[in-house]
Design a protein around this ligand. Sequence first.
Ligand code: NAP
Length: 509
Amino acid sequence: MTDPAATRLICPLTAPTVEQMRSDMLCAAESGADTIEVRLDLLDSIPDDAQLHVLLTDSPVDVIATARASREGGKFPQCDEAARLDLLKRAAKFDSVAFVDVELDVPREDWPAAPEKIILSHHNFVRVPENLHEVIAQMEASEAAVNKIAFAAAGPEDALLAADIICSCKKPTLALAMGEAGVVSRILARKFGAFGTFASLQSGCESAPGQPTLDEMRNLYRWNSQDESTQVFGVIGCPVGHSMSPMIHNTAFDKVGFNGVYVPLLIQPGHENFARFMQGIVERPHLNFRGFSVTIPHKHNALEFVTPENCDELPRTIGAVNTITVDSAGKFRGDNTDYAGAIDALCDKMKIAREDLASRRVALLGAGGASRALAAALSFYGAEVTIYNRTLLRAETLAAEFGCVAKPLNDAVATDAEILINCTAIGMHPNVDDAPVCELSDSLEVVFDTVYNPLETKLLAMAAAKKCLTVSGLDMFVNQAAGQFELWTEIPAPLDVMRKVVLEQLQRK
Ligand code: NAP
């Protein structure tokens, strides 16, 4: 293992010309890369010595010279093996070239540099190699200075495997699980004690699937703050690529000076996929994974995994856990901050306690997951709930479970409720001109739209025009994240910062 402080943040350069690559090199160093990988195979022609001079003389940071063979996912044709090794040999002569990457199957006598400069690599773009242990043993037994193994990840458990490899190797090692599912192996390379990790200069310049950008590594994933004791949190879901949770939680950790990092964990649908990853976490307490946000489609899987005994009554009744907390003894607990976030957003705006919801008449629009959490919580606090839904049968099933009344969505215009809560997707971006009701009944005093993109939905605009109190989905969203933050850190959530970061992200979208 490498001392985390020495783990290299490597920027691969993929430009087609020497001039562009040199310019990108300076840019990458300025953007925080401490090592550059020049992908010589991606240049549009083999550089001669003069061109190598332009590219490699006086580099601002250490350089890794790579000319990846096509058999391992690069652009250098197999028939040009002699030219490829000759190019690497010529590059290795430059002082700035600290390392030369050579594939494991290149015979020792053909290595283009001295062993102390060699990164011995193996890539599998399809799966974890079946002969993984053999590959690692071969690398460890070689004279090369550094091991590098990269394989396509089926799930984030393959990133945990990468951590195992780094930990078990005696030599400095790069182990990367490629693709979106394996991104945590890249983000946590420093915590795992890897020789380095790769981060692209900008989106679109990746040299392998799943590479974050330098900016994301440094500013979103807090690269410089990570060390062995950093606690790890993440959002489990499918998809997770556009989740705002990494931005909210990492910003909040930063604000309060908490040594944590929050990562995306893409897990395909299915209880077995969820359980496989969680088992990997159970088996590796040293990695310090301390909490998870859980989103679609895994909230019920999360409840089953933590087991109902380790949850409060409402998550059990709702049948969904959106927050898992792992304590210092490795015990798992499940919570649901979705319902709490929504109920508190409503009560805060109405300036009442949760208990004051008793006997209030509520019209709940929708009968999906969000509606289910609210129906359970509102009934728990004694509200009189009518569920209105397009598919009446779904409303009836939900209503029967929580002692509510069910009606068709079209009847909501004539509701006698004082509070209306929209839990349908109607009005959400891009359908911003839609509203779940064409008119608001005169009985309504409070209108809450759980949709938060756009911030002011058509429904909320209609409610404001009628002088109703309005509650936005943004408050619910920020509250549920704040609830998670407090469960994990036991520090009051920096609500203003969390809210600001969501607003900025929404405005950018
Ligand atoms: P879900 O389980 O898929 O349920 C969707 C609901 O919307 C169903 O009741 C569905 O009716 C109804 N619906 C969808 N399109 C419709 C249409 N064109 N016309 C009439 N009804 C329609 O989704 P969910 O997880 O409950 O989420 C629902 C919404 O809640 C989301 O879109 C999101 O905006 C919001 N939400 C917000 C937060 C937050 O933090 N602010 C958190 C979670 C959810 P049918 O049963 O007839 O299909």
